[in-house]
Design a protein around this ligand. Structure first.
Ligand code: PLP
Length: 413
């Protein structure tokens, strides 16, 4: 399939399954529901178990429908291999379970997805040493490094305040120091940004969000970009050292995280995600354009105290966003002036749905301090720059004028 890499993003996804000669000319990879895979020659079964022959063993560690999706994610991220999981959190948990050990130190961002922040707290209780820094400047990451630092983990655009990590310089720092660099690409999606271009070792995507896109399926993925030297990584167990160096990391993740912990993506879910992925680029273009239009309108309104969107020239990392991303994303947040109650405002919206989720075809809004960031408390919220009135908006594909009308009528009361 030499021609494959020369096609554009959407063409590649659309024709990915078909190029693998599926029976009856099917254009979708069929949903293989079998949990087990039988072998006529028991020696072949043994060879598969011993890694001498490729093949499936048991549904928890892999399935042909799931593999077809993994191939698509690998090409979206220009990586070398992908492992999918039941959710995005399971993909992040896999990094912790399979690649880190008690006593290791990691550096991550202060401005982090709430559940990942919670996972690092859990990890701290299990012997991992975690430093959370302001990753918008590489100096803060560098200052936190210790001889025990094994991994730097950042997101591209932080949710909900849209801070952008100093991705290029952090990538260079990690490469110089031989540190595993993991980038959660969920908010940008591989259509807007490929973390491989800034030296990421592994890329996380919550498939639940933009890649699947329709709020009807959960999934997560971890992609190896091929840039990291696994042979030099101290946390690879002896039995995985028998593999080719380039495959050691993912072989260990597939065994230790997927086999041992079992957060496997179902073939039905893999099929739904693959269908959603076909239109991701189209949806992202519309969602980013809609986000720009609404953010610009709100920023010009005197009843709005602040708008946080990388597409606005006032955003502290606007120039960085221009340099790194194809567009500014479909997520923004804003604060109303004190005279407008954020709950009343949300209740006046007719189209935008008050719900926790992002990356959906429908526009979603949420009062962040009172919901997804409530548990962490006022002090930590203040550190993260989350005002009580902050509303996060995940912009959908509705017609632009309908959204502008909705967000503007809710200001008039
Ligand atoms: C949603 C999200 C996740 C977790 O994904 P799930 O599929 O919901 O488990 C991880 N990282 C980021 C940035 C997210 O937005």
């Amino acid at each position: 399939m030499n021609e494959k890499n020369s096609y554009g993003f959407t063409t590649t996804i659309l024709h990915s399954d078909r190029q693998k000669n599926i029976e009856h000319g099917s254009v979708h990879k069929p949903v293989h529901t079998s949990v087990l895979f039988g072998y006529k020659d028991a020696r072949d079964l043994a060879a598969v178990f011993q890694g001498k022959q490729s093949g499936y063993r048991y549904g928890r560690q892999g399935n042909p429908t799931v593999s077809a999706l993994e191939d698509k994610i690998t090409s979206m991220e220009a990586g070398v291999s992908t492992i999918t999981f039941a959710t995005g959190m399971a993909a992040i948990g896999a990094v912790f379970q399979a690649l880190l050990r008690a006593g290791d130190h990691i550096v991550s961002s202060k401005f982090l997805f709430g559940n990942t922040n919670s996972l690092w707290q859990t990890a701290s209780g299990q012997g991992l040493d975690v430093s959370l820094v302001d990753a918008t400047a590489v100096v803060n990451v560098e200052a936190a490094l210790t001889p025990a630092t094994r991994m730097v983990f950042v997101e591209t655009i932080a949710n909900p305040r849209t801070q952008i990590a100093d991705l290029k310089r952090i990538g260079r720092l990690c490469q110089e120091r031989g540190i595993l660099f993991v980038v959660d690409n969920t908010i940008t999606s591989p259509y807007l940004f490929q973390p491989k271009t800034v030296g990421a070792s592994l890329v996380v995507n919550s498939l639940t969000k933009y890649i699947a896109g329709h709020g009807n399926v959960l999934g997560g993925a971890l992609t190896d970009t091929g840039l990291f030297d696994w042979a030099a990584y101290p946390n690879i167990a002896d039995n995985f050292r028998k593999q080719a160096p380039a495959q050691q990391g993912m072989a260990q993740v597939r065994a230790k995280a997927l086999r041992d912990f079992g957060a496997t993506l179902s073939p039905e879910a893999a099929h739904q995600i693959a269908v959603g992925a076909e239109t991701m680029a189209l949806r992202m273009e519309r969602e980013c354009a809609n986000a720009m239009a609404i953010a610009t309108m709100l920023a010009a309104d005197s009843r709005v105290a602040a708008v946080h969107y990388p597409g606005l020239a006032s955003h502290p990392q606007h120039a960085l966003a221009n340099e790194l991303f194809l567009a500014y994303g479909a997520l923004f947040s804003f604060e109303l002036k004190p005279e407008i109650d954020c709950f009343d405002y949300l209740n006046r919206l007719n189209l935008a749905i008050s719900a926790t989720h992002l990356g959906d075809t429908r526009t979603l809004v949420i009062p962040v301090a009172h919901t997804i960031f409530f548990e962490m408390g006022a002090e930590r919220r203040a550190e993260m720059g989350i005002a009580d009135s902050l509303i996060r908006v995940s912009v959908g594909i509705e017609d632009t004028q309908d959204l502008l009308d909705d967000f503007s009528q809710a200001l008039n009361f």
